[in-house]
Design a protein around this ligand. Structure first.
Ligand code: K1U
Ligand code: ZN
Length: 176
């Protein structure tokens, strides 16, 4: 298994439109395992393949506290089931330490393939509905800060630069 580097905002590669997965083969299954390892390591609840620079329609998610709720969505289609939108404070592993409210429909239908390539349909609400829409946005090259004001986007860019600098500092080898 491997930890994959996560692209950070405003990396232009995050704007790439993901292509459908043609076959759920061993390469895809290895990528799924690596994405889970990467997501758990980063303390996230979801991860889209776009965020690890793989531009295919693949999402992993686990909303549980104990890694017991692993979910895979391949070639997902998401349809809102309600018109009304509700605010939720979102975060993003590609925009570290930036959190803000985004309004989305609170109930959606998901049609997708699971990690074995088996089709399923599910109607979901709450955090799962929020998270799948956030991850679908990644597959379409959209980042949650796109919904915020220009000022907040500029602040998010500054914040990410600062966080990455700080992370690099901690990774620097100790000089002898
Ligand atoms: O796409 C991603 O980067 C994953 C993202 C998913 C997400 C979280 C909250 C709302 C919408 C989408 C994260 O996991 S951000 C990580 C995080 O800070 C967080 C973890 C648990 C709950 C809430 C936020
Ligand atoms: Zn995200």
């Amino acid at each position: 298994m491997a930890l994959l580097p996560i692209l950070s905002y405003p990396d232009p590669r995050l704007r790439t439109i993901a292509q459908p997965v043609k076959e759920v083969n061993d390469d895809i299954k290895t990528l799924i395992k690596d994405m889970f390892e990467t997501m758990y390591d980063a303390k996230g609840i979801g991860l889209a393949a776009s965020q690890v620079d793989r531009h295919i329609q693949l999402i992993v998610m686990d909303l549980s506290d104990d890694k017991s709720g692993a979910r895979v969505f391949i070639n997902p289609k998401v349809t809102p089931l309600v018109e009304e939108k509700q605010p939720y404070e979102e975060g993003c592993l590609s925009v570290p330490e930036v959190y803000d409210e985004v309004e989305r429909p609170n109930k959606v239908r998901i049609e997708a393939l699971d990690g074995k390539g088996k089709p399923f349909v599910e109607e979901v609400e709450g955090l799962l509905a929020v998270c799948i829409q956030h991850e679908m946005d990644h597959l379409n090259g959209v980042i949650f800060v796109d919904y915020l004001s220009r000022l907040k986007q500029s602040r998010a860019r500054d914040k990410v630069r600062k966080v990455l600098k700080q992370r690099d500092k901690h990774l620097e080898p100790v000089k002898a």
